[in-house]
Design a protein around this ligand. Structure first.
Ligand code: IVH
Length: 688
């Protein structure tokens, strides 16, 4: 091989490594994909012509190792420990840990707080990466902590893991980096979608995965690395195994944080959510902050980890059996649990939609006790094939409705029968039909169906609609079941004595409800429209309609073509509006509500106000003296303006209250006019 060709190979590898790092680790692509592919092919061609120059750390060598018969056992030079777990309540976990360490380090109140690094506890599997002279030579699993399995071929397929460390910093002769291999949630969903397609095409040996962790573990333990290469894995580094500084010239680091910084410099991915914490209070704050962020993260975590930052203190603290004394994991409530299906019910929603719901033996999951989990619809229930008596995995993440994720195989009772959707509404007995192209069955009973009536009333009464405070589901259930109310207007005929006669209703509460009903009579057109519960008419659509038509009567009589001219309204929504207002009983409900005194300000905004607001974008920041943020937004929108979340060159006005933050700075910087509440109200009243 000529020295020119060799230099070219070296150049291409450096380029490809650099761009791959930008793309996979930093998430900041530096060249178009096609350009990367071109460089890659060039390198492949050069290597094919000069096979003697192929080296294992070349970017062309990630995939292609032959399938294995079994994994070789690897004895860890430094055992891979686990960490102690605290599952206590919010603060006590961190507080107890910090107190214990202070005692063990003989620190007193006069000493500075202990410095920690707080990290996320990723829900994947631990891997040890061994680099010798900067080249990845081996990757193995934790195993029993003493001996793991050699999964190098599979780990090499993970693009985030450098095959050669970046020499941005001197590189130790031997460096073992420990961290977590995991699968992002979006990658997991896409993988399962592909798996489903394969199964549908008749591929017998394929299956879907229960959760990202299982999918990641399965991929790492594939004997054929060509399969592992198709599973989208990611990696975060968080710890060390054997380190031999050797002749690298690197001076030993004194803190864990410095090691994490060094990992980044060498091109290894480190989570952006690591933080320094001084003492227990800051650990508690981190635990809370990350708990609130948990569901918004692109990957699963099951807790946070606190580590003493100073290596000298770590060494003084040492180890107990298989755990370091200087680190602890503080878990969040699990978001998945296993339980059994006691029954499969069918729930009827406001629009008549039938939802299969699994009744479960109570389990504590995602921080609450769950007894119901949705199966979404017929197809989903069939796909998951959930049957009575089955053992299932349930998931509850954040505020999302609990769902059955999958059935645990091998525990099914022999006589368990397949679930089928009923063809009659389980509440009112009307026919339930599934239209072609729809996923859902719907009860055709309309307001004849008491389930739909209850939901319709709750929808009308909710805070975002006309808001009837205190009218919750238990009360509506009673009112409908006892025949006290049938339709929305009946609500306004409820008197103190009727309410006070109901179960568990004190006079005071009855009085409050009567007052809330009275208050709800004065509303806005968008809230009223939304409250009617017309299919496909959400809050945003209701606002557009109110803005366009100005009055309810104009809207009720608008033909299909006119409805379709409204901003953001397509044929489906337009048709749904027509269907609703073409039914005499729906018009009757509107008339009766009006007769009961329900009213809203009608009419388009006055000409002058419209001119000031039409097409103008406002941004609200800080606390206004009298208007809530929602109220200010409502007023601006009613006058024809828009409210946006962030300030840009296209912002027309910023409305600032007290404690306005960066949005106000930005407005000043861009020269956007800033209004206070008084100025805004003056503008709103300009035409009246
Ligand atoms: S440190 C000596 N840091 O949790 C400390 N572990 O039992 C060794 N894990 O098997 C572990 N995120 O798979 C550490 N930021 C993190 C982690 C983490 C997840 C896992 C790891 C280990 C288990 C601890």
């Amino acid at each position: 091989m000529t020295s020119d060709a060799y230099a070219h190979v070296k150049f291409l590898r450096e380029q490809l490594n650099h761009h791959a790092h930008q793309y996979y680790v930093l998430d900041a692509p530096s060249i178009p994909d096609a350009e990367y592919d071109r460089l890659f092919k060039q390198l492949q061609a050069l290597e094919a012509a000069n096979p003697e120059c192929i080296s294992p750390d070349s970017p062309t060598q990630r995939v292609g190792a032959k399938p294995l018969k079994e994994f070789a056992a690897v004895r860890h030079v430094v055992p891979m420990l686990s960490i102690r777990t605290e599952t206590d309540t919010e603060s006590s976990g961190a507080q107890a840990f910090d107190a214990r360490l202070k005692r063990e380090l003989a620190l007193t109140g006069a000493d500075a707080p202990i410095e920690y690094v707080a990290e996320l506890k990723f829900d994947g599997l631990a891997i040890n990466l061994r680099y010798e002279k900067g080249v990845l030579v081996q990757a193995c699993t934790r195993g029993d902590g003493e001996t793991g399995e050699d999964v190098t071929n599979n780990i090499r397929t993970i693009h985030q893991i450098p095959l050669r460390l970046k020499p941005q910093l001197p590189i130790p002769d031997v460096l073992e980096v420990r961290g977590e291999v995991y699968m992002r949630r979006d990658d997991f969903e896409a993988l399962n979608e592909r798996q489903r397609q394969r199964i549908a095409q008749g591929e017998k040996n394929e299956k879907t995965f229960v959760n990202p962790r299982n999918a990641a573990a399965g991929a790492v333990r594939q004997l054929d690395s060509a399969i592992a290469a198709q599973r989208p894995l990611s990696f975060f580094g968080y710890g060390l195994g054997e380190v031999v500084l050797g002749e690298s010239g690197l001076s030993p680091f004194t803190t864990h944080w410095q090691w994490l910084e060094a990992f980044k410099a060498w091109g290894l991915p480190v989570s952006e959510h690591i933080a320094i914490a001084q003492g227990a209070d800051q650990l508690v704050a981190y635990h809370q902050r990350m708990g609130a962020m948990r569901d918004a993260l692109p990957f699963d975590i099951d807790g946070v980890v606190y580590k003493v930052n100073r290596i000298a203190q770590q060494q003084r603290l040492g180890f107990v059996t298989r755990e370091p004394r200087w680190a602890v994991a503080h878990k969040y409530p699990a978001q998945e649990q296993i339980t059994t299906v006691l029954a499969i019910d069918v729930h009827v929603g406001r629009t008549g939609k039938l939802t299969p719901v699994a009744k479960l033996a109570p389990v504590f999951v995602g921080g609450v006790t769950v007894t119901n989990a949705t199966l979404h619809n017929e197809d989903e229930a069939r796909r998951k094939d959930v049957r009575l008596g089955d053992t299932v995995v349930v998931r509850r993440a954040g505020d999302v409705i609990p769902e059955v994720v999958s059935v645990v195989e091998g525990k099914r009772q022999a006589d368990a029968t397949l679930f089928t959707m009923p063809h009659q509404c389980p509440v009112c007995g009307s026919a339930a039909v599934r239209e072609a192209g729809e996923a859902d069955y719907r009860c055709t009973g309309g307001l004849f169906c008491s389930a739909q009536r209850k939901q319709a009333i709750l929808h009308y009464a909710q805070r975002r609609a006309v808001e009837i405070e205190g009218l919750g589901d238990k009360l509506v259930e009673q009112l409908v079941d006892t025949g006290t109310i049938r339709t929305l207007p009946d609500l306004y005929k409820l008197g103190l004595s009727t309410l006070a006669q109901l179960d568990r209703m004190a006079e005071k509460s009855a009085f409050n409800i009567v007052q809330a009903l009275e208050k709800s009579k004065s509303t806005t057109l968008p809230r009223f429209l939304f409250g009617l519960g017309i299919r496909h008419v959400g809050e945003a659509t209701a606002k557009e309609l109110a803005k366009h038509f100005g009055t309810l009567d104009a809207l009720m009589d608008a033909p299909l073509e006119v409805l379709q001219q409204v901003n953001d309204i397509g044929p489906i929504v337009a048709q749904s509006l027509r269907t609703f207002f073409d039914q005499p009983h729906n018009r009757e409900v509107v008339e009766q509500l009006r007769a009961c005194g329900v009213h809203w300000t009608e009419g388009v905004a006055s000409g002058a106000t419209q001119q000031l607001f039409a097409g103008k974008t406002f941004v609200l920041t800080g606390t206004l003296p009298s208007l809530s943020r929602d109220a200010a937004k409502e007023k601006i929108e009613a006058a024809g303006g828009k409210v946006a979340g962030s300030v840009s060159k296209r912002t027309h006005f910023v409305v600032a209250g007290t404690e306005a933050g960066s949005k106000l700075d930005k407005a000043v910087e861009l020269g956007v006019p800033v209004l206070d509440e008084t100025a805004l109200l003056e503008m709103l009243n300009a035409g009246t």
